[in-house]
Design a protein around this ligand. Structure first.
Ligand code: AMP
Length: 177
């Protein structure tokens, strides 16, 4: 099974993604996580990625697609995966030829997401208020159009992400049989 989670930062993608990964026994792949790891590299690419993610901008499509394809060729992804954070532009969605089973849109308001993020204890270098706001703006501008793309393909499921964690999980599982 190949599942995609879509939503703004703070929508609960990684919480739900990790649950799903355990429940379905499939690997969880977050491009944000991959890029944060790559940003630790002292190479030119590493520094470029670090600046990009810390500013809340998107990594260019070509580089993103290359990185994701490299990961997905690994044997552990052969039986499926839970994708978080990719595709997030129309260009990425169109050049991604893996057949996804479901795309879940975890819908929360910007206000709720900002509220949740403000309450997080852990510090992350790419989580300044400015970067978070930029990411939310970019979501509406360049990621929202892919909702229609997956709606037309017939795999989009909209989930009310403002419900409790377990209600959201139940809702997601109910669409996976
Ligand atoms: P996330 O943890 O998903 O919010 O991702 C953190 C940062 O990684 C984003 O703000 C982007 O800079 C970068 N990133 C993650 N996924 C993608 C993607 N699919 N395309 C471009 N940039 C991405």
């Amino acid at each position: 099974m190949k599942v995609l989670l879509i939503g703004i930062q703070g929508a609960g993608k990684s919480t739900q993604g990790n649950f799903l990964s355990e429940k379905l026994n499939l690997p969880y792949l977050s491009t944000g996580h991959i890029f944060r790891e790559l940003s630790k590299d002292k190479s030119v690419d590493g520094r470029f990625i670090k600046e990009t993610i810390n500013a809340g901008f998107l990594v260019p499509d070509e580089l993103t697609i290359r990185v994701v394809n490299e990961y997905l060729q690994r044997p552990e992804y052969r039986n499926g995966y839970i994708l978080d954070g990719f595709p997030r532009t129309i260009q990425q969605a169109k050049s991604f030829h893996e057949k996804l089973d479901k795309a879940f849109y975890l819908k929360v308001s910007d206000k709720e997401a900002l509220w949740r993020l403000a309450g997080r204890d852990e510090y992350r270098e790419d989580e300044t208020l400015k970067a978070i706001k930029k990411r939310i703006d970019l979501f509406h501008e360049v990621t929202e159009p892919i909702l229609d793309f997956y709606r037309q393909v017939g795999i989009l499921v909209e989930v009310d992400g403002e419900k409790t964690i377990s209600e959201v999980s139940e809702n997601i599982y109910s669409h996976l049989n």
